[in-house]
Write a protein that binds this ligand. Structure first.
Ligand code: CP
Ligand code: NVA
Length: 341
C-alpha cells in the first residue's frame, strides 16, 4: 500500500485524501482475499483494542472484534455502563487511562466532539465507529461493495435516497467528493445535508472531478444511477422523530419502481443495515409505515446488502492494520495493484 497511515486517527473522511481512501480500499480487498485463502499473518499480535460503544451495534462491534482476533489482537468491549463518559468521568480522563493500556480505540457515540477529544488525549489511534455526524467506516465498506460490483469505486453514479443529513449520508458525501464520484442525494428539502458540508464537498469535487447533486426529486436522483442507497429514516437517538420522518420520507421509500427508474439493469441496492423492510421487528409492528425499502427490493436480485455487511469486516481490519502497522503488505493480493507481493 502506497500511503503510510501509521499512527493516524480515523475520525472523518475529511482527514483523508482521495488517494488514501483508495489505498484503504485496495488494502481491504487484499485482506478479504487473504482471509478467503485461509492465511492469517496476525499483524496485530500483542496489541489490544478498546471497543468503546455508547450506542448499540451488531455489525460494527462484530467487525471490530473479528478483525482484531483475525490479526492476533485482543479486543475489549466497554459499553455505556462501563465507561459513563461525561457522567462519572470526563472524556479526557478516560482517554488517558485507556491510552496507557490499549493500542487503539474504536469509538461509537453521540457527539463527534467526543471522538475528537478522545483522539486529542488518548495518545493512540481513535477510529470513529459512528457518531451523530459521521459513519466513516461504513462508507469505506460501501465503496468497497461498489468497487466489487462495478470494477472501481467511480464505476457508476451513486445515489443516496432518504435522510440526506444523517451520519451515513454525510460520510458518503465527503468520501464521494474526495474520490471523484458522480454522487447524488435525493431527499426532502428539510433533510438536505448541511450547507457548509455541501459547500466543502463541492470544493473537494472541483479538484477530484466528482459531481455532487443534491435534489428533492428522487426521479432525477436515480436517473441512470448504478447504486441506490438508503438508510433508516430516524437514526439512533432520534426515535422521537419517527412520525415526523414517516411524513417526510414515505415518498422516498426504495421500491422496485425506483430501481427500474434508473434505467440500468445492473443497478444495485445498498443499505448499511439494520433496515426496516418487513413486519418482522417490534418497531416495524409499532410503526407499520417505517419502511425505507420494500421487502421485494431488500430480498431482490439487485440487493447487495449482505456483501456490504460482510465488507464492514474487511474495511475495519484495513483501517486498524494501516494505522497500527503502517503500510501493510498482504500475503495474498487481488492483483489490482493493492499489494507489493
Ligand atoms: N451498519 C452498522 O453500523 O450497523 P451496526 O449499528 O449494527 O453496527
Ligand atoms: N444512521 C443510522 C446508521 C446505523 C448504522 C444511525 O445512526 O442509527
Amino acid at each position: 500500500m502506497a500511503s503510510n497511515l501509521r499512527g493516524r486517527h480515523f475520525l472523518t473522511l475529511l482527514d483523508y485524501s482521495g488517494d488514501e481512501i483508495l489505498d484503504l480500499l485496495r488494502l481491504s480487498a487484499d485482506l478479504k482475499a487473504e482471509k478467503a485463502s485461509g492465511v492469517h499473518p496476525r499483524r496485530l499480535l500483542g496489541k489490544s483494542i478498546a471497543v468503546i460503544f455508547e450506542k448499540p451495534s451488531a455489525r460494527t462491534r462484530s467487525a471490530t472484534v473479528v478483525a482484531a482476533v483475525d490479526e492476533g489482537a485482543h479486543p475489549e468491549y466497554l459499553g455505556r455502563e462501563d465507561i459513563r463518559l461525561g457522567v462519572k468521568e470526563s472524556v479526557a480522563d478516560l482517554a488517558r487511562v485507556v491510552g496507557r493500556m490499549f493500542d487503539g480505540i474504536m469509538y461509537r457515540g453521540f457527539s463527534q466532539k467526543t471522538a475528537e477529544e478522545l483522539a486529542e488525549w488518548a495518545g493512540i489511534p481513535v477510529w470513529n465507529a459512528l457518531t451523530d455526524l459521521y459513519h466513516p467506516t461504513q462508507a469505506l465498506a460501501d465503496f468497497l461493495t461498489v468497487q466489487e460490483a462495478f470494477g472501481s469505486v467511480d464505476g457508476a453514479p451513486f445515489t443516496y435516497v432518504g435522510d440526506g443529513r444523517n451520519n451515513v449520508a454525510n460520510s458518503l458525501l465527503i468520501g464521494a467528493a474526495k474520490t471523484g464520484l458522480d454522487f447524488r442525494i435525493a431527499a426532502p428539502r428539510a433533510l438536505f445535508p448541511a450547507d457548509h458540508l455541501v459547500a466543502r464537498a463541492r470544493e473537494l469535487a472541483a479538484s477530484s472531478g466528482a459531481k455532487i447533486t443534491i435534489t428533492d426529486s428522487w426521479r432525477d436522483g436515480v436517473a441512470d444511477t448504478g447504486v441506490v442507497y438508503t438508510d433508516v429514516w430516524a437514526s439512533m437517538g432520534e426515535e422521537d422523530r419517527i412520525s415526523e420522518r414517516i411524513a417526510l420520507l414515505r415518498e422516498y421509500r426504495v421500491t422496485s419502481e425506483m430501481l427500474e427508474s434508473s434505467g440500468r439493469p445492473d443497478v444495485i441496492f445498498l443499505h448499511c443495515l439494520p433496515c426496516f423492510h418487513d413486519d418482522q421487528t417490534e418497531m416495524a409492528r409499532d410503526y407499520p409505515e417505517i419502511c425505507e425499502a420494500t421487502n421485494e427490493v431488500f430480498e431482490g436480485e439487485h440487493s447487495r446488502v449482505f456483501d456490504q455487511a460482510e465488507n464492514r469486516l474487511h474495511t475495519i481490519k484495513a483501517i486498524m492494520v494501516a494505522s497500527l502497522v503502517g503500510s501493510a503488505d498482504p500475503v495474498v493480493a487481488t492483483g489490482d495493484g493493492g499489494s507489493s507481493h
